[in-house]
Ligand binder design. Structure first.
Ligand code: NAP
Ligand code: GDD
Length: 341
């Protein structure tokens, strides 16, 4: 049987790397669309490059999301079955300082890709990486019927891309679907997102490389899942018989302070000795205070359900960061007991 072809933008990111692994396991030929960076930036996909690139199962292409023809040429040449649009300026805090780029990359690129699919290869299914950040100040629980009230340029960019995706579906009949994903984390999370910042900085403290962790507002609440569960949901959304929009979430939420406490508890440490909160440079001009998703629709229709809970996630992330600094969890506990009490 002919292998399915998937295009993935953002393949070098957290979700792109897990999704590519999943698709390769499912026997797809995966085309990763990445930008040129001055330092080669393929750490998260190095293992699959080693395993699949020389077999022709993983093919990487340099593209620029503001250069329509760089993407159109690939669509015409390879005629993908599925297009996962994961690339984005994905940091909410930074979007307050880079609003114009955020809109250009996160919003207009979705339009460019969808228009190209419409003109050149209408059969291709399209996935848009929409976000719980779109709900903004709407109180929880948030689901597919909740109002969007974005609080940042990032949130606004994702709301626009959400409607662009819906427009190509409704007006032009494309198979274009949105996954509205609540926060999901993993050992591959970028270092400047709050969860990874906590597990990574704690590992550095144990090595004597840092003394404190400087955070912003730790009273906000997030519905955190594991990225591995969420990329499976992304794939399911494009396998459904008709294009639709789905929330993926765990349905539980915790404050940033709860997350800090859980991680420090793994080493029996008092977090208050090491964490400085309300650091000015990490406070945002406007905040999304409370996200908790209702993913009943995905659970019913797609039979999607997260496997991993927050305790597993904290441990998985901490163990992985400790390993980066040559420690096991037991080593870290001993160091914590001896030097950091
Ligand atoms: P991530 O780790 O920050 O990855 C973002 C990816 O986009 C990276 O591969 C990055 O490339 C690429 N990218 C950024 N700007 C680009 C540009 N101008 N041209 C080409 N590529 C560019 O994000 P993630 O956590 O995997 O999230 C994936 C998608 O889901 C994003 O659209 C995000 O907004 C959305 N989302 C994420 C979550 C979450 O909790 N993780 C929740 C809801 C929605 P480089 O490696 O070169 O930087
Ligand atoms: N990054 C960061 N750094 N956030 C901090 C810090 C800090 O030092 N201190 C407190 N926070 C708070 C933020 O203000 C926010 O309320 C919360 O921690 C979570 O911040 P992030 O981890 O940066 O994630 P996010 O919720 O803003 O955005 C992530 O989730 C969205 C889905 O809801 C990103 O992955 C987005 O791309 C995604 O769409």
């Amino acid at each position: 049987m002919k292998k399915k072809i998937a295009f993935v933008t953002g393949i070098t990111g957290q979700d792109g790397s897990y999704l590519a692994e999943l698709l390769l396991k499912k026997n797809y030929v995966v085309h990763g669309l990445l930008r040129r960076t001055s330092i080669l930036n393929v750490d998260r996909i190095q293992d699959i490059i080693n395993k699949y690139e020389n077999k022709g199962r993983l093919i990487l292409h340099y593209i620029d999301l503001t250069d329509t023809s760089s993407i159109t040429n690939l669509i015409i040449k390879y005629k993908p079955n599925e297009f996962y649009n994961l690339a984005a300026m994905s940091h909410v805090g930074i979007s307050f300082y880079t609003g114009e780029t955020t809109l250009n990359i996160n919003t207009l690129s979705s339009y460019r890709i969808l228009e190209s699919i419409l003109k050149n290869h209408k059969k291709c299914k399209f996935y848009q990486a929409s976000s719980s950040e779109m709900f903004g100040s709407t109180p929880p629980p948030q689901n597919e019927n909740s109002q969007f009230n974005p609080q940042s340029p990032y949130g606004i960019s994702k709301v626009s891309a959400f409607y662009i995706t819906k427009y190509f579906r409704q007006a032009h009949g494309l198979f274009a679907a949105n996954g509205i994903l609540f926060n999901h984390e993993s050992p591959r999370r970028g270092l400047n997102f709050v969860t990874r910042k906590i597990t990574h900085s704690l590992s550095r403290i144990l090595k004597g490389k840092e003394k404190k962790i400087y955070l912003g507002d730790v009273t906000t609440r997030r519905d955190w899942g594991h990225a591995k569960d969420y990329v499976y949901g992304i794939w399911l959304i494009l396998q459904h018989k008709k294009p639709d929009d789905f929330v993926l979430s765990t349905g539980k939420n915790y404050s940033i302070q709860d997350f800090v406490k859980k991680v420090f508890k793994l080493l029996n440490l008092n977090w208050k000795k090491f964490v400085i909160t309300n650091t000015k440079k990490y406070l945002r001009p406007s905040e999304v205070r409370n996200l908790k998703g209702d993913s009943t629709k995905a659970r019913k229709i797609l039979k999607w359900k997260p496997k991993y809970d927050l305790n597993y996630l904290c441990k998985d992330m901490l163990i992985s960061d400790l390993k980066l600094y040559g420690m096991t969890l037991n080593d870290a506990k001993k160091i914590a007991k001896k030097y950091l009490k």
